[in-house]
Design a protein around this ligand. Sequence first.
Ligand SMILES: Cc1cc2nc3c(=O)[nH]c(=O)nc-3n(C[C@H](O)[C@H](O)[C@H](O)COP(=O)(O)OP(=O)(O)OC[C@H]3O[C@@H](n4cnc5c(N)ncnc54)[C@H](O)[C@@H]3O)c2cc1C
Length: 414
Amino acid sequence: MTELNNSQQVCVVVGASHAGSLLAVQLRKEGWAGRIILIGAEAHFPYHRPPLSKTVLAGDKSIAEIALRPHNLYTESAVELRLGQRVESLNLQEKAVVLASGELVVYDKLALCTGARVRKLGLGEGLRGVHYLRTADDVTAIRAELIPAKKAVIIGGGYIGLETAAVLTQLGLQVTVLEAAERLLQRVTSVALSEYFQHLHAIHRVKIVTRAHVTRIDGDDSVKAVICADGSEYPADIVIVGIGVIPETRLAEAAGLEVVNGIMVDEYARTSAPDVFAAGDCTWHPNAFYGYHLRLESVQNALDQSRVAAANIAGKQLVYDALPWFWSDQYGIKLLSAGLLSGYDDSLVRGDRLNADAKGFSVFYFKDRKMIAADCVNRAKEFIACKRLITERLDLNMQALADDASAPDTFALA
Ligand SMILES: Cc1cc2nc3c(=O)[nH]c(=O)nc-3n(C[C@H](O)[C@H](O)[C@H](O)COP(=O)(O)OP(=O)(O)OC[C@H]3O[C@@H](n4cnc5c(N)ncnc54)[C@H](O)[C@@H]3O)c2cc1C
């Protein structure tokens, strides 16, 4: 560990989840000798968020079992944890953050890792049984109301909605997914994958309704039904809304930082203000591989970007150039997605998509004869091979890609 000349300095990290928690401990590894204060609004020790719609919702794991890192690691790294405390505003002139209590915490370097918050539907507010799923407390509240044989309506057919549907149907609830778009996962993936997931959920008795525009959620104290624009009505004992997230940029915006669809950062994770960095779901950042700015909602991005921010806060010049990747678990099936498919001009399905058993299948996406993205269902080796094909822009052996019997190490032309 190199000792830097920052022993009198303070780094304040706002947001104690995937990005903030890693940034804090990584900063110490980078040789930061001063104080590190990690402030998080949630009262729980930093935890893995993805299991909330998977093993935790299913009741297979508790919140305590999904801690991001052992509690003593923060003490060992001399990271001062301030949980259950919300930062209300930033004072960039005084270099301080202001807590809800009015306390000022001064910084020399500041990292904003404020993530995202759920997009609200604006219907059924205050009705018992209407939920969103973002935090540990959300999933605890949902689980308290899960009784088998009840009717669940999920509003939103994105990954979180579908993972939730998979868990609830397996717990014995009657599940309907209402999706406003023409197909499931329309915002994030191809028709081939949408059809696969539609088929998979149908096999598990989940009713999927697309082009469903929810206009009302009815009930007295508790929710009773979800009503769509065409008059169709779906009885519900519990409703879970999963219609996306909004980057949590309120602190940054109020302080006058540049915000687009997220807090604007450069490839070094620096915001538009001196000594202020940002990482994770809250950022609008350049992607070296695709050549444009984007916002990602993924653990991969939160971790890779916070590593870059930590290094640069400690005085290095590290550039963020990671390939985006993502996973989803539904019914014991693992989807691994590498890259972003936007702008693809050709695609190829390898394996039998609609009769996929444990053997799985993959969908490859190409642009100008190079692979730009891949969705691999139960095919981890192909996912790893594709990440390399994409990042190194390798020439492709199309015959090997198309032939399901060929090994992933033959995908690139020799
Ligand atoms: C149910 C669910 C399932 C998911 N599944 C997957 C998956 O399978 N794969 C995948 O890659 N990604 C998945 N994701 C997305 C992934 O969890 C996020 O990309 C990741 O959590 C982003 O981490 P982050 O630290 O940037 O932000 P967040 O996890 O959103 O954390 C931000 C933290 O900042 C805190 N905060 C915000 N404002 C303040 C403030 N003013 N003061 C103090 N604290 C503040 C918040 O309370 C929060 O704890 C899932 C997300 C959810 C909700």
